[in-house]
Unconditional design. Structure first.
Length: 615
């Protein structure tokens, strides 16, 4: 019998339960917990320290450093108690996440309660998000099958991860306002990816791996890392670092792709966009060089960012590295003055352009690069919004310039206003006066509008007899411009301004402004406001079109939990070419609450096998 087994055998059995962040790992932990209540001996086996250590370290990859040290102190390093403490946080965060997904009213109270844990909430939110993107959780199912809230839950978990990352980055950069140099250029730059939901550990891991491979590269070349006293050895090392980066695929981007936004963010140029701009290459070079003991710093040079190398011998001139150029080593006395002369910069002003820069000037240069690249064609609107928010936040934080507040508020969503702007950016702007006040007021207006919207319930029948013909979740083709769109909301009459109406030629429509208008999203991620006169219901769709909509429209998982379809009876010759589906998008809890009659109308429309016949 199991009860008669010795303690070491019981412990060995429990060690066969594999630690994991997957559902299997959760089952393993629950099994251990149940095992512990069977008897005193079982309880002793289930409390074995290294047993819980492996499960803790498998599930919890991130934490607030201070909180983790406090947990260790309070539990005396007991891994089981530490696991219980983290699990309690997990349960609280998941409870708030469920409320965020299902409730509109009070949503941002739950958001703040979740994000206050910062990186202590990171792991459970990553698990809730899943390994796929929220759009990949959007399921296309037959009408006979039910949908889960997986896509919407994944969307909000991702959004909370971004908010936590943004809060961390702003708090990090805030110390630079006072001239604090404790935040390095590499650290400050890596943290820009936090605005895209990336953890700093991810960037640090990639850079650490690069540095390790560079050391191996140098060892294979028999380069003596232990002795860098001579000027020639130091220059040779810098050239070899450039060659190593080239062997890893890093190098100058083509002129055609120079202004691609993805060249500007570490999680992109460290992985998929290795052919990138000078500033990004300098970030990688400085990280590797510093890991090898080289005193390397970026230089805010007028042509392109260079890297300043400080020589250990005070009798020797410092020199510069141009990671982007053909000639990597630039001398202080010949090359640099010649380059500055070409830019009409007098010798008297040269010192400003050749001195090593800290993190703040480089972040500001990065923000200018981002803003200058926002209007490049074929850039998704969601990337533009996130990039603009990052650039404007950096500029406002490091300059206190109130002139960008209006733009920042325009790009900020209610979630941004409730989280990193309220919790980190506004407090960091103490002493700026107008900028801080303008930002506080602008964010409050955004949140007030969101609260009013959250309380709004749209009835399909109006007192004046107007009927809203179509429903949220319906696909349509624009009668005039022929694009495919998806209805995400409606107003019984036009709520846009008179000037917008004239510009959009609304008075020329048969019913003018006195008709329902629909909020819609399109394949290019754009949002539009369309008159009912211009809505032509899309009676059938292909599976490929539905898939593209799910994958291309970032906001979709927030608004819908999936797609429900029915096969249609088409002539054999057309059916043979491509199966056609009658489809509608299934409303998320928040849209179902706001538009209580639309789900039933959508079902009726879906089940009607003839021409479009709304209720």
């Amino acid at each position: 019998m199991v009860h008669s087994l010795p303690l070491d055998v019981l412990v060995h059995i429990l060690f066969q339960l594999t630690p994991s962040r997957s559902p299997d790992g959760e089952i393993a932990v629950k099994t251990i917990a149940r095992f512990s209540v069977a008897s005193v001996l079982f309880q002793e086996a289930a409390a074995f320290p290294s047993l819980w250590q492996q499960h803790y370290q498998a599930r919890y990859l991130h934490a607030n450093e201070q909180s983790e040290e406090q947990r260790k102190a309070e539990t005396n390093g007991n891994w089981k108690l530490m696991y219980a403490a983290r699990r309690a946080i997990d349960m609280e965060v998941i409870e708030h996440l469920q409320s965020i997904v299902t409730k509109r009213v009070g949503r941002y109270d739950h958001v703040n309660a979740s994000t206050k844990f910062l990186f202590d909430a990171w792991d459970v939110l990553e698990i809730a998000r899943g390994v796929a993107s929220p759009s990949e959780h959007m399921e296309i199912r037959d009408a006979s099958e039910s949908h889960t809230l997986m896509a919407t839950t994944s969307y909000w978990a991702s959004a909370l991860l971004v908010s936590i990352g943004q809060t961390y980055a702003v708090n990090l950069w805030a110390s630079l306002r006072s001239g604090n140099n404790s935040v390095s250029f590499v650290q400050a730059f890596s943290s820009t990816s936090c605005f895209f939901g990336k953890h700093m550990d991810e960037m640090n891991s990639i850079l650490y791996s690069l540095s390790s491979r560079c050391k191996e590269y140098l060892l294979r070349l028999n380069f003596p890392l232990s002795k860098l006293d001579s000027d020639s050895d130091l220059k040779k090392l810098c050239v070899l670092i450039c060659k190593f980066m080239e062997s890893e695929g890093y190098g100058p981007v083509s002129a055609f792709n120079f202004h691609d936004l993805l060249n500007l963010f570490p999680h992109c140029y460290l992985t998929s966009h290795k052919r990138t701009i000078p500033l990004s290459l300098a970030h990688i070079f400085v990280s590797i060089a510093q890991s090898l003991g080289v005193a390397a710093s970026p230089v805010d040079f007028p042509i392109r960012v260079l890297v300043h190398i400080s020589t250990p011998d005070p009798k020797l001139d410092d020199f510069y590295v141009d990671v982007f150029g053909v000639q990597p080593i630039l001398t202080l006395r010949e090359d640099i003055p010649a380059l500055l002369a070409r830019q009409a910069i007098p010798v008297a002003n040269m010192l400003h352009y050749i001195s090593p820069s800290g993190a703040a000037p480089m972040l500001l240069r990065d923000s200018r690069n981002i803003l200058s690249s926002l209007n490049i064609t074929n850039t998704s609107l969601s990337l533009i919004r996130s990039s603009a928010l990052l650039a404007l936040t950096i500029f406002l934080l490091l300059t206190g310039g109130a002139q960008v507040v209006h733009q920042l508020v325009l790009h900020a969503e209610p979630l941004d206003c409730a989280t990193f702007i309220a919790e980190a950016l506004i407090p960091a702007l103490d002493g700026t006066g107008r900028a801080q006040n303008d930002l506080r007021q602008g964010c409050q207006r955004t949140l007030d509008e969101e609260i009013n919207t959250a309380q709004e319930i749209k009835s399909r029948s109006s007192e004046d007899g107007r009927v809203v013909r179509h429903f949220v979740g319906m696909l349509f083709e624009h009668r005039k411009y022929s694009y495919i769109g998806l209805i995400t909301g409606w107003d019984s009459v036009c709520q846009a301004s008179e000037s917008w109406s004239r510009e959009m030629e609304v008075p020329d429509l048969p019913r003018g402004r006195i008709q329902p208008f629909y909020h819609v999203v399109c394949l290019d991620n754009s949002s539009r406001y369309v008159a009912e006169d211009n809505i032509q219901p899309l009676l059938t769709s292909s599976h490929e079109t539905l898939k593209k909509l799910c994958q291309n429209i970032d906001i979709l998982p927030k608004l819908f939990i999936g797609v429900v379809t029915r096969r249609t009876d088409w002539p054999k010759e057309e059916e043979a070419l491509e199966e056609r589906l009658r489809a509608r998008f299934v409303l998320s809890p928040e849209l179902r609450e706001k538009y209580p009659g639309d789900e039933a109308l959508g079902d009726d429309w879906l089940n009607h096998n003839g021409r479009y016949h709304p209720l």
